[in-house]
Design a binder for this molecule. Structure first.
Ligand code: NDP
Length: 507
């Protein structure tokens, strides 16, 4: 860390910026180098291990949300391209991948994991430039976790017969996978690693704003010498995703994204024999009891909602504080919020980067306006935002009632709604008062209370005295409108296998 003295005349920012002797300071810029990264001017569709133009040829622009500058152009797939990718995946499945012993598939997965580790700086920089997330998050969370998923599922590839006692696991065939823009590489790994380990071949459609690490991954696929057609990556708008979902030769559909699109996909798949996993939105409750270690809880609250600019399906966007500690906690929270560094995502000191797109920024701003209009009290630190790019101040609302839109709707931005409760029963009732059920957090020193709360809350994942912890070995997924099926762990492997006794789910 470099400390830079500021001229005395400049107004001191937040108190965190004062040294013990009262001299104002701030972090000097610490930009990550981009020299080692090559982003091509154009990317074609990745089918059968080759990049090629869409047919008919069409493309769209991909920008850096922190600068609004163009990064590349990527091919826009047509219905015919969707068909080509499914044909390639089917051929690879029938002729190569389904015939390989699990131990051979495992070697490929290990190879991919190792290459991702070797190229981790490249992945982290491209991820940050394309998504807007801080480099310290892509470097320390997204990329290592993505590689960890490939390592983890490589370990299962030759042990399928032991993983599900009493069953005879069979691969499903061709998997169509649609992923969002908030964790582009990590979601790719959550989808592709278990699918390949289980013996399926895949077609992945990244979000239109964030396809670049997927195409970098395509390079890794070639470097690892995967047989052609095992992994195919196509880009295009939502309709192309739907073409993929509807394709008759697809056996499995895995989707992460909004609840609205998830419902459409659910309807499109209904009545077919396609196996479906939906990982949708959330409005998680983060509950702080009066016996919780407050300083630790503050870090968990901050991480819970401002990590990745709050663009996280399991973000702790509703904070419930026991009334007796409301005031001290709020004071600490506001002070901590004021220390967050918002700005250039490539700067290693940045805590909150850019919102992924102009559209998402407008959505966040609109919901924040609704919070003000409905009578909640807004607090935002006094930080200076970059002039270009899609930035939004970390925001906190108090005086929020449960009926406010900011307490009900998924904002998917750095916006926290603070509510209070008196008893554990009231906390549970309020926490469960949402159409979603993806995640939750509990802060208390009592183990028995943790177990009681975990059992009572309708959420697929509940963290105790921590938040936003991920591990390839533990399943992740939701209840209610947060979707169904699990990703990660053995459950995530089972989602790519036919475990029925009569082969009902297979071809
Ligand atoms: P979407 O659900 O529209 O996008 C997610 C993925 O689905 C993208 O790859 C998208 O492609 C694709 N898609 C879009 N429409 C269809 C369709 N009809 N059929 C098949 N695939 C489709 O999310 P948005 O990007 O519009 O974000 C809107 C809101 O959704 C956010 O504000 C947030 O609240 C929520 N969201 C939740 C996520 C989560 O992880 N739970 C992730 C992302 C968003 P394309 O990019 O080309 O449109």
């Amino acid at each position: 860390m470099t400390l830079t003295k500021k001229p005395e005349s400049r107004p001191a920012a937040a108190s965190w910026g004062l040294s013990k002797r009262g001299i104002p300071w701030e972090y000097a810029p610490a930009p990550e180098s981009t020299d080692h990264v090559e982003i091509r001017r154009e990317y074609g569709l990745f089918i059968d291990n080759a990049f090629g133009p869409s047919r008919p040829k069409a493309s769209f622009e991909v920008i850096n949300p922190a600068t609004e500058e163009r990064l590349s152009r990527v091919a826009k797939a047509s219905k015919a391209d969707v068909n080509r990718s499914v044909v390639a995946a089917r051929r690879a499945y029938e002729t190569v991948w389904s015939r390989l012993p699990g131990s051979e598939r495992a070697k490929y997965l290990y190879r991919i994991a190792r290459i991702m580790q070797e190229r981790s700086r490249e992945f982290a920089v491209v991820e940050t430039m394309n998504s807007g997330k801080p480099i310290k998050e892509s470097r320390d969370v997204d990329v290592p976790l993505a590689a960890a998923h490939f390592f983890y599922y490589a370990g299962w590839a030759d042990k399928l017969d032991y993983a599900f006692p009493g069953r005879t696991p069979r691969a499903l065939g061709v998997a169509a996978q649609i992923i969002p823009w908030n964790f582009p590489l990590l979601m790719l790994a959550w989808k592709i690693a278990p699918a390949l380990a289980a013996g399926n071949t895949v077609i992945l459609k990244p979000a239109s704003t964030t396809p670049l690490t997927a195409y970098l991954f395509a390079d890794v696929v070639r470097q690892a010498e995967l047989p052609p057609g095992v992994v195919n990556i196509i880009t295009g708008p939502g309709e192309i995703g739907m073409e993929l979902v509807r394709h008759p030769d697809v056996n499995k559909v895995a989707f992460t994204g909004s609840t609205a699109v998830g419902k459409m996909i659910g309807r499109a798949v209904a009545g077919s024999r396609k196996k479906l996993t939906l990982e949708l939105g959330g409005k998680a409750a983060n509950i702080v009891f009066d016996d919780a270690p407050l300083d630790q809880a503050i870090e968990g609250i901050i991480n819970g909602i401002y990590f990745n600019q709050g663009e996280v399906c399991c973000a702790g966007s509703r904070l419930f504080v026991q009334e007796s500690v409301y005031e001290p906690l709020l004071d600490k929270l506001k002070a901590r919020l004021s220390t967050l560094r918002v700005g250039d995502p490539l700067d290693k000191n940045t805590d909150v980067g850019a919102i992924n797109s102009a559209g998402q920024l407008a959505k966040v701003a609109e919901l924040v306006q609704s919070g003000i209009a409905e009578g909640a009290e807004i607090f935002q630190p006094d930080c200076v935002l970059p002039e270009k790019g899609f930035f939004f101040r970390p925001t906190l609302f108090t005086g929020v009632s449960q009926s406010h839109r900011i307490a009900q709707e998924e904002i998917f931005g750095p916006v926290l709604s603070v509510l209070t409760f008196r008893t554990p029963e009231e906390a549970v009732e309020k926490a469960n008062n949402t159409p979603y059920g993806l995640s939750a957090g509990v802060w208390t020193e009592k183990g028995s209370r943790i177990f009681k709360m975990v059992a009572a809350m309708k959420a697929g994942v509940v963290w105790a005295n921590t938040f936003n912890r991920f591990d390839p070995t533990s399943p992740f997924g939701g209840y209610k409108e947060s979707g169904y099926g699990r990703e990660g762990g053995l459950h995530g492997l089972g989602a790519y296998l036919d475990l029925s006794s009569d082969g009902r789910n297979g071809r």
